[in-house]
Design a protein around this ligand. Structure first.
Ligand code: 5RP
Length: 232
């Protein structure tokens, strides 16, 4: 990844952390953009600029990062509502619908986003697309037992289905819940609501990476500056 893109990711994430106030319950996203927000929250807590923050992580990886920064972690048992969640995305449509999950954490990410009063997407400008599915697949988290019927079903919806593998390419990728992911290439998606509803109908599907009508804000870093978009 170019240094420029890494810098833009950092700028977007740090801008979004300006929305965090002392006393808030914060959802911590997953990925190479969201990690900059986690680090910024950690820094602000350490310096005392933010106080009494508690956080709910969206993955084991984010939990590890947050613990290393002494960010206090809590569960939904203690805090069923999240004030603000800051998370990355793989594609962002003009209406702030997004595709998430290329990092494999879409299930917990969607649970945390759904519990959030404010759900802020942070990204560099390359994630912006005119229509979802233009570049990225829709990741579908599936119970391993159901792989074949779910795969057949997703193909019947018009998807080219690719089972995600670990980085070494030898074993199936496993989510934090020990499920597999089927990446569905549907390019581009004409009716995201319809395809999301159809994907959900198949037994064995745990969750999909279409986050529709969920984001309240997007902070996009571009070479010309930062854009803050809000959901109408
Ligand atoms: C992980 C995600 C990530 O937020 C998404 O993949 C974007 O990641 P990155 O910021 O590394 O490009 O949904 O499940």
């Amino acid at each position: 990844m170019s240094a420029d893109i890494t810098e833009l990711k950092r700028q977007a994430a740090e801008k979004a952390v300006e929305f965090v106030q002392s006393g808030m319950v914060v959802g911590l996203g997953t990925g190479s953009t969201a990690v900059h927000a986690v680090r910024a929250v950690g820094r602000l807590l350490k310096s005392g600029e933010l106080q009494n923050i508690v956080a709910i992580p969206t993955s084991e990886a984010t939990a590890c990062e947050a613990e290393s920064l002494q960010i206090p972690l809590v569960t939904f048992d203690e805090h069923p509502k999240v004030d603000i969640t800051i998370d990355g995305a793989d594609e962002i449509a003009p209406n702030l619908d997004v595709i998430k999950g290329l990092g494999g954490a879409l299930l917990r990410e969607k649970i945390v986003a759904a519990a959030s009063r404010r759900f802020v997407i942070v990204a560099d400008h390359t994630k912006r697309v005119p229509q979802l599915g233009s570049k990225a697949p829709v990741p579908v988290e599936v119970i391993s037992f159901a792989e074949q019927p779910v795969s057949d079903y997703l193909e019947s919806l018009g998807a080219r289905v690719v089972k995600r593998m670990d980085e070494d390419g030898e074993r199936p990728f496993r989510t934090d819940e020990n499920n597999i992911i089927l990446d569905c290439y549907l390019s581009p998606i004409v009716n995201p609501q319809q395809i999301a509803a159809a994907i959900r109908q198949q037994p064995g599907v745990v969750e999909h990476g279409l986050f529709l009508n969920m984001a309240t804000d997007a902070v996009l870093a571009t070479p010309d500056g930062i854009e803050h978009l809000t959901h109408e």
